[in-house]
Structures are given as structure tokens and as C-alpha cells.
Ligand binder design. Sequence first.
Ligand SMILES: Cc1cc2nc3c(=O)[nH]c(=O)nc-3n(C[C@H](O)[C@H](O)[C@H](O)COP(=O)(O)OP(=O)(O)OC[C@H]3O[C@@H](n4cnc5c(N)ncnc54)[C@H](O)[C@@H]3O)c2cc1C
Length: 342
Amino acid sequence: MKIAVIGAGISGLAAGRELANAGHEVVVYEKSGGYGGRLATRYAGKDLSQKLDHGVPFFTAKSSEFKKFVTELAAKNILTTWEGHFAKRNEDGDISDLDHDTPFYIAANGMNSIGKYLGRNLDIRLNEKVGGLTHIGENRRKKKSWMLNFPTALTESADAVIIAAPARQAYALLNTTIDEIETLKLIREIDEVEYDSQYTVMAGYEEANLPSWNALECDDEVIQWISNESTKRTDGAKNLVIQTSSEFAKEHIYTDREEVKEIILDRLSTILGGWAALPEWSQIHFWRYSQAKNPLPHDFMEIKGNETPLALVGSYMNGNTVESAYLSGLRLGKHWVEQFAD
Ligand SMILES: Cc1cc2nc3c(=O)[nH]c(=O)nc-3n(C[C@H](O)[C@H](O)[C@H](O)COP(=O)(O)OP(=O)(O)OC[C@H]3O[C@@H](n4cnc5c(N)ncnc54)[C@H](O)[C@@H]3O)c2cc1C
């Protein structure tokens, strides 16, 4: 069976790997130029040689299925635990230890190395944004059930489709099928999912002495989290990654990005000291869909039946984390392997 996966984040890649291992022809279409989605790594610094995780800074593992994947990644030296001191700052500016009873996992070569590993044996088409879906249907049996439409006017067909994008983007894709097939139930349900947004500022400080902590969690109107990236890797680069509160991001959604960056760096200097306002270089990124506020109580969603298979996977199923994304993709993959076994 030819299965099209839309989105090369961890949910789409986990589903794709499972189905490809079972012998299905899997093609992953990804609109950006890289793998991993929000498991994102930016090449930055003066000569673009330094890696920074500007999406998820670290993640944890609870379920046995995800712990198994973590063990697989650790055995390949892709994943390791983030060792060292974590701190938190309350609204009065007092600093104390941030205790955590489960390991924080990071990828020393950048979070996107997880996507690269998961997708290494898959046919992944980068820079291919799927613009819409047309249901061809069971009446024209010589053709496949689905046609994927691209902005370039090219099309591709598939027997089954997995949409592995944030709920808002999945909604836009599903809407293109609305008159043709019973997708209304899925559309109504994912329409309810709301997202937090976040700004991320990446900043390099070659001349400064960075704080000794790995990360600082802040109870602050502007800044929510500061990662000291130099504690993740051994390249000697001295970089901070600063993530804002969702309230701040919402308030400044239409503000000029350079202005937003200045506000964040200014606030950073209040928290860390005047030196922090003057990095050698800095960049800003806006995450419109950072984490779902009200996830859906499913592992995945699908149009049932063998004629027009279509499924939705993603971290907004049963959570808003890297783990929930992986589990959603893995469980759909296992379910379809069983359902579509010859
Ligand atoms: C700033 C930030 C902080 C976070 N902090 C944490 C944390 O502390 N702990 C934690 O566990 N998680 C955290 N997360 C959330 C976690 O990163 C995500 O939940 C998870 O990575 C999502 O995986 P996914 O596969 O569901 O979606 P994504 O990673 O978003 O992948 C979807 C992919 O689909 C592609 N796509 C979308 N539409 C189309 C289209 N039409 N055609 C082709 N491709 C398309 C996108 O480009 C993207 O690559 C954080 C995320 C961010 C951004």
C-alpha cells in the first residue's frame, strides 16, 4: 500500500518508520527544509557553525514504549541526559534549585538529529508543502484513494494519508476535502484544539561568563525559560536560548520581530545582568503552534474503513509533548500494520 505522510515531525516519522518496516511504500512530504518539526536545531553564530535547539529544549519519558525509543537513541549516541544544575527564579527575583525526579533528555548533536535518525530509511521529500487533498474514492478502482495537491500544481496519489501536522494545519488540509468525504467529524473535533505560541531568541556571548546553571525557569511576564546551550555540547560556543511566556507571544504577535527581540533582550538583562542585553549576535524565531493547550483524548484519529484510509497523528493527541507525538505516530503505525496486513 502506498502511504503518504504529511509532516516530518516525530509523530509522522514514527508512524512512517513503523509502516515502512512492515513493507508499505511510505512517502513523507515536509514543507520545510529539514527533519524533526519542533525538535528543531538552528545553525547560528558568526560562521553558522554552532548548533542551538530553538524548539523543544529537552524532554522527559514516562511510558515504557517511549523509554524503549529513548534507550534506542541512547545506544546510538544520539540522546543523552542533561546533567548539571537547574534553577528557577520566582516573580520577586529569588533563585532556588529546580528539582526534577525524571531525567531531562537532550541530543548533543542537536534535537534535529532525532528526526534524521528516525527518517534515515524513509523516502522524505523536503520543501514539499501539501496544499490540499482530493478524495478520488472507491468508485474508480484503478486509481488510488487520495490525490495530494501541491502549490506548484503537481499532484501525487496515495492509497492512504496520514496528516502529522499541528491541529490547526491539519484542519486547513482536511477542509480541502470537506465536500467529498466524511471528514466533518474530524474537522469539528480538531477545530477545538488551541495552541500556546512562543518567541525564541538565540544569542551568542563569546566574551561573557555565562551563568553556571544548565537552565533557568522563570516566573516572569516575558521570559519563561533560559537554556545555557554551552552545557549541552562541547564545541566551546557560549550561547543562550531564551523562550518567552505564551502571554507575551500573544500580546506581540503582530509586533515587528526586531522590536520583540529588543524587548526580550532588555528583560534578559534585568534577570541576568547588563551584559546579557549585548550579545555578539542574536536571532529570533516565532512558534505559532508551540504546545497544545487542550489536547484531545485519543491516541490518533482516523476515517475508518479500508477504502479511504486517512488518519491524524501528532503531539496534540493525549498530550503536548515529544512523548505524546511519538506515541501517537507509533500507535497509529502499529494499528495500520495490523489493519492492512495482506
Ligand atoms: C518552544 C517549544 C518548547 C517546547 N517545550 C517542550 C518541552 O519542554 N517538552 C516536550 O516534551 N515538548 C515540548 N515542546 C513540544 C514538542 O516539541 C512537540 O509537541 C513535538 O515535537 C511535536 O511533534 P509533531 O510530530 O506532533 O509535530 P511537529 O514537530 O510540529 O511536526 C509537524 C511537521 O509537519 C510539517 N507540516 C505542516 N503542514 C504541512 C504541510 N501542509 N505539508 C507538508 N508538511 C507540513 C511541519 O513543517 C512540521 O515539520 C516544545 C515545543 C516548542 C516549539
